[in-house]
Design a protein around this ligand. Structure first.
Ligand SMILES: *Cc1c(COP(=O)(O)O)cnc(C)c1O
Length: 413
């Protein structure tokens, strides 16, 4: 008689999942060898019951970790009442969420959609509509090298990384790329044909590179001078992650955009993207000019309202724990020569390596820690906002082991 342990049963489930996916899914993702089954707080479990401290949270989406009682509570309740209305009808939560977003952004009007890319598509249409009303030749968009704005055709057109674009050319005409924080290049590139300037305040996919205050100020001035719309893509760096609601608020006084796009953490796992626009940008979209069937449904809006309420109480600890985590990582950087730099704001942190980080990500999985490597050589941390000192201690201990292993691998080569 063969007895199957829960771990063996879990491993069998995982093997089936992998077989099915390899046979039936588009082969566009390079998945890591973990099949996740459930989570609680900052921890997530695979089908075998192995526990992982999660410091990447589904690429910055699971902002309150797993099974947060307030998020789970409103999802349960709303699921039993009303999930979808379409935008043919009103429901109770859209207007309230838009009001809250106006309060926390300093902007005026919101459009709801379902993802970061969809938010950027909406922003691109606003830029085009704005430019066209002034002159048919005013359609250029100045965007940043090394930026990331999503995977739709419009979004990759303004994404400043060839690897996302090359297979799909020709793309939208009119993007012009400048290096982040290169004020001179920005001045030379923005002109009367520029309809929009798009800035990812802290480049996430590109390796955690923040915009300088001077660069953002100059972008605002140039946008005003040439009547272009200034767009901040806060899909990854916004909604609390930097320890303020949006990273443009790190500058004092804040440099306001005309349009702000956000998504990832906003629905705590329920898909929700937004563009929030000032009156000038909002006026570029009239009745019938844009829409989204799923966008802004009662479930997503209600969850986001609940999340934003919880977030108010968490902002100080995001700053404080982020600071602590960075300082502990800097201690490790003293000890391991292959760490070049530790960067970031709040709970958006990058550890820049002098080598690829892929093996470290795999070693971390083995050690029960989920992290990510972006741009080949930058370890990226997007922890849940509920992370505390205890979890940081656990993470640092595990990371130290991972780094020691990487060090041994170098010396034995
Ligand atoms: C993730 C991301 C996007 C795209 O969001 P999706 O929800 O994947 O479409 C756009 N901009 C930035 C800055 C992002 O990090």
């Amino acid at each position: 008689m063969s007895v199957t342990t829960p771990a063996e049963a879990g491993a069998a489930v995982a093997a089936d999942v992998k077989t099915l996916e390899s046979k039936y899914l588009l082969q566009n993702y390079a998945r890591l060898p973990v099949v996740l089954a459930r989570g609680r707080g900052c921890y997530v479990y695979d089908t075998s019951g192995k526990r992982y401290l999660d410091l990447i949270t589904g690429i910055g989406v699971n902002a309150l970790g797993y099974a947060h009682p307030r998020i789970t509570g409103v999802i349960r309740e709303q699921a039993g009442r009303l999930l979808h209305t379409s935008n043919l009808y009103y429901h109770e939560y859209g207007g309230r969420l838009a009001e809250k977003l106006a309060q926390v952004t300093g902007l005026e009007r919101t459009f709801f959609c379902n993802s970061g890319a969809e938010s950027m598509e909406g922003a691109l249409k606003m830029i085009r509509s704005h430019g066209r009303r002034i002159h048919p030749e005013k359609y250029e968009i100045v965007s940043l090298e090394n930026s990331f704005h999503g995977r739709t055709l419009g979004a990759i057109s303004i994404t400043g990384q060839a690897k996302y674009r090359a297979d799909f050319e020709p793309l939208l005409p009119g993007p012009r790329f400048v290096a982040l924080n290169d004020i001179e290049a920005l001045e030379q590139t923005v002109n009367e044909r520029t309809a929009g300037i798009v800035i990812e305040w802290i480049q996430g996919e590109g390796g955690i590179h923040p915009a300088t205050l001077e660069f953002a100020r100059r972008a605002r001035e140039l946008a005003d001078q040439h009547n272009a719309l200034l767009v901040f893509d806060e899909t990854q760096c916004g909604v609390g992650r930097p320890g303020v609601h949006f990273s443009y608020q790190l500058a004092q006084p804040a440099v306001l955009p005309d349009i702000m796009a956000a998504a990832k953490p906003l629905g705590c796992g329920i898909p929700l993207g937004v563009i929030v626009a000032n009156a000038k940008a909002a006026a570029t979209i009239g009745p019938g000019m844009h829409g989204s069937t799923f966008g802004g449904g009662p479930l997503a809006c209600r969850v986001a309202l609940e999340f934003l309420e919880v977030l108010e109480g968490l902002l100080p600890s995001i700053r404080q724990i982020g600071e602590l985590f960075r300082s502990r990582l800097r201690d490790l950087a003293q000890r391991f020569a292959f760490i070049k730099e530790v960067r970031g704001e709040g709970l958006m942190i990058g550890v820049d390596l002098d080598r690829p980080g892929k093996q470290m990500v795999l070693d971390a999985i083995e050690a029960g820690l989920l992290i990510n490597c972006t741009h080949d050589t930058v370890l990226r941390f997007l922890p849940p906002y509920i992370v505390g000192e205890r979890e940081i201690d656990v993470a640092i201990t595990k990371l130290k082991n991972v780094f020691q292993r990487a060090e041994r691998a170098t010396t034995s080569n």
